[in-house]
Write a protein that binds this ligand. Structure first.
Ligand code: GLV
Ligand code: MN
Ligand code: MN
Ligand code: MN
Length: 399
């Protein structure tokens, strides 16, 4: 299967033909179809499939047929945000299979094993915590907390794992797997307009996190409840959305409220509760922390006169990731020079970098749009990405 054939096979899975957006949430039918595709591609190439205890999948190329330490791991994720683009995640995995094909066509025999990883729930679109699979693997989240995470229908992560045939009590850090990985290189579509050449190398991921604001008031009738009698949580929620924008402007950060849950959600009913999720990112920890503190303060001030309560919970936080300089410099050299750029997007490579030297390759995105249907990459740039990944894997797997 060529790059184009693999891409064409994945393209219809989980797509809403009306919008062109993808819904591939962890362990839902479209994501399971992507997983089945991954396993087929692995078997087609005689790669050894490994399912870890955390719902992540790996396809290993053992050149001499023997698992060894020091493997060069590549890959990405197959899940998507709601209504996401085609490239975020799958590009890294399709490119990895294509890079292995290219190396084999060229008669390369790597000295180190090469692995292709598909990490679970990278977007956190179902259970709320981004990079859940790699966090569990790397010991960056308490397994008990992970087991209790719930999706929008109230299913726990533990239940969903159990139904997928994974023992929820077995999740957690996997020192044995990590010991076998010498380094991790993730290829990803660039998610802004910063990359103007076909392929670039990542320098850093900025600090970022997710916070949940829960506003509780009193449900009541929209027609019969006078204004003084209302405890409407929608009002401080609205103030919080505006406050997020203003706090971001003051602190040089970005802040987004992209998800809200209104209960009960009737046109003719004052809401009893509103939950809003804040995503905040910025160049430094203190700027991000200040942004969130200012939004929290504004929400509380706005809630008081309406007799609405506010609860703030941090769902996840990732400190700045400065990718391994040696690996990054070596990749730039292998590529004969490449732009080096930071990103505001989170990745499994960021989580794994705490445990193994990690790096990323970016493929240019002409629209600069991501997490939306207009996310894009030109076919020629995708092939340049495959070429670059093959060169990098080839170099790293010889050392
Ligand atoms: C994941 O892609 C994120 O950066 O939110
Ligand atoms: Mn993403
Ligand atoms: Mn991604
Ligand atoms: Mn991501």
């Amino acid at each position: 299967m060529s790059f184009e054939e693999m891409w064409a096979a994945l393209l219809p899975i989980g797509r809403d033909d009306a919008t062109g957006g993808y819904d591939r949430f962890a362990w839902t039918p479209p994501e399971l179809e992507c997983r089945a595709w991954f396993l087929d591609e692995a078997r087609r190439r005689d790669l050894e499939v490994e399912h870890d205890a955390n719902g992540n999948m790996f396809a290993w190329w053992y050149p001499d047929g023997v698992p060894r330490e020091g493997a060069v791991l590549t890959g990405s994720h197959l899940d998507s945000v709601p209504g996401g683009g085609a490239f975020d995640g799958p590009l890294g995995i399709v490119s990895a299979f294509a890079a292995v094909d290219l190396m084999r066509e060229r008669g390369v025999t790597p000295r180190r094993p090469i692995g292709i990883g598909a990490f679970a729930e990278e977007e956190g679109a179902r259970f709320g915590v981004a990079c859940l699979g790699s966090r569990l693997l790397a010991g960056a989240i308490d397994p008990a907390r992970a087991r209790g995470l719930t999706d929008a229908d109230g299913h726990t992560f533990a239940e969903v794992l159990h139904n997928a045939g994974i023992d929820p009590d077995g999740i957690g850090p996997d020192a044995d797997l990590l010991r076998r990985v010498g380094c991790y290189v993730e290829l990803h579509v660039e998610q802004g307009r910063a990359l103007t050449e076909p392929v670039g190398v990542a320098s850093a991921i900025v600090p970022h996190g997710r916070w949940r604001f829960a506003f509780a008031g009193e449900g009541n009738h929209a027609g019969t409840t006078g204004l003084p009698d209302r405890r409407d949580p929608m009002l401080p929620f609205a103030a919080m959305v505006i406050a997020a924008r203003e706090a971001a402007e003051r602190n040089g950060t970005v802040a987004t409220v992209g998800k809200v849950r209104v209960v009960p959600g009737g046109v003719n009913a004052i809401a009893s509760s509103v939950t809003g999720w804040l995503d905040a990112r910025g160049p430094a920890d203190d700027a991000v922390r200040r942004t969130v503190a200012e939004v929290d303060e504004a929400a509380r001030v706005a809630a008081r006169p309406h007799r609405v309560s506010v609860e703030l919970a941090e769902e996840s936080y990732s400190e700045v990731v400065d990718f391994d300089h040696g690996l990054r410099d070596r990749m730039v050299e292998t590529l004969g020079g490449a732009p080096v750029l930071p990103t505001g997007a989170g990745h499994d490579a960021g989580i794994l970098s705490a445990r193994v030297p990690s790096a990323m390759l970016f493929v240019r995105n002409p629209t600069g749009v991501s997490h939306a249907p207009a996310e894009s990459a030109e076919p020629a740039d995708c092939l340049a990405g495959v070429d670059a990944l093959a060169a990098v894997l080839n170099d790293l797997a010889q050392g």
